[in-house]
Design a protein around this ligand. Structure first.
Ligand code: ZN
Length: 256
């Protein structure tokens, strides 16, 4: 719904802009404007995973059933993951962890613990490189393969579910995922816990955004997140939500 409003808004503003510039500019200026708009659309497609521009990712489920999938990215982390696990265990909230291969190598026992406690393990690349969006197909595949191998060495299972760093998507990433038979997982509720530290206000904002079938993006690498995650879990429980892993939410296989 939110996407539709954004899309229609962009279309209206874009059309007005084009008509305006057509009226006021020389043909060359006009061409430049069109090119600029085109580049902007492509860039927006790369950075907005919910846009499903280059590949179709699972971002949320259309349902009336009160299901919610909490997802934790960038772990396993020696500072943050343990306390998040305690909260999830205490409230019986199965969740999904999209882990970084290099972190897995450093925190193997922690990854095993996440797995043993019944949470889903997904792939979040080997290095979470800032340049991930600029890599060619072969390098993207290597990033995913290495992460899968690190996970396999720890829990003897190879993930099928992949979440790109920063939610970035482009034709190379789409190709790599397809080649490897992986499934791309996005989100439709962003906590912004990496931008502002989680607090009561953030939980309130999150509660407004969570609808049945929501996939919530959180991070377990942040110290101090556990208390707020607990507040969120309690609020959701009180509203009658049931916590499900990504594989249950979308009826997909978690591992090869
Ligand atoms: Zn990440």
């Amino acid at each position: 719904m939110k996407f539709k409003v954004t899309a229609i808004g962009t279309l209206v503003v874009g059309t007005v802009f084009i008509l305006w510039s057509w009226y006021h500019s020389t043909p060359w200026e006009w061409l430049l404007v069109i090119l600029l708009l085109f580049v902007l659309i492509l860039a927006y497609g790369s950075f907005s995973i919910g846009f499903n521009f280059y590949l179709s990712s699972l971002n949320g489920k259309n349902t009336t059933e009160k299901l919610v999938a909490l997802t934790f990215d960038d772990g396993p982390d020696s500072a943050g993951t343990e306390s998040i696990l305690e909260v999830l265990q205490k409230h019986q909230a199965p969740s999904s962890f999209f882990v970084i291969g290099s972190q897995v190598l450093k925190n193997r026992a922690l990854l095993q613990k996440i797995h043993e406690q019944g949470h889903l393990i997904g792939n979040h690349t080997q290095n979470h490189s800032n340049l991930f969006g600029t890599m060619g197909v072969a390098r993207v595949q290597k990033e995913i393969e290495n992460c899968n191998q690190a996970i396999f060495d720890a829990i003897a299972k190879k993930p099928r579910l992949f979440r790109p760093p920063f939610g970035v998507t482009n034709p190379n990433i789409a190709r790599a995922i397809k080649n490897m038979g992986m499934e791309c997982i996005g989100w439709n509720v962003r906590s912004l816990d990496t931008v502002v530290s989680l607090n009561e206000k953030l939980v309130k904002n999150l509660m407004v955004k969570v609808q049945p079938g929501a996939v919530v993006l959180l991070h377990d690498r942040l110290k101090g997140n556990a208390a707020v995650v607990e507040a969120l879990v309690i609020e959701l429980k009180n509203k009658g939500y049931r916590f499900v892993r990504i594989d249950e939410m979308f009826d997909v296989k978690a591992y090869e």
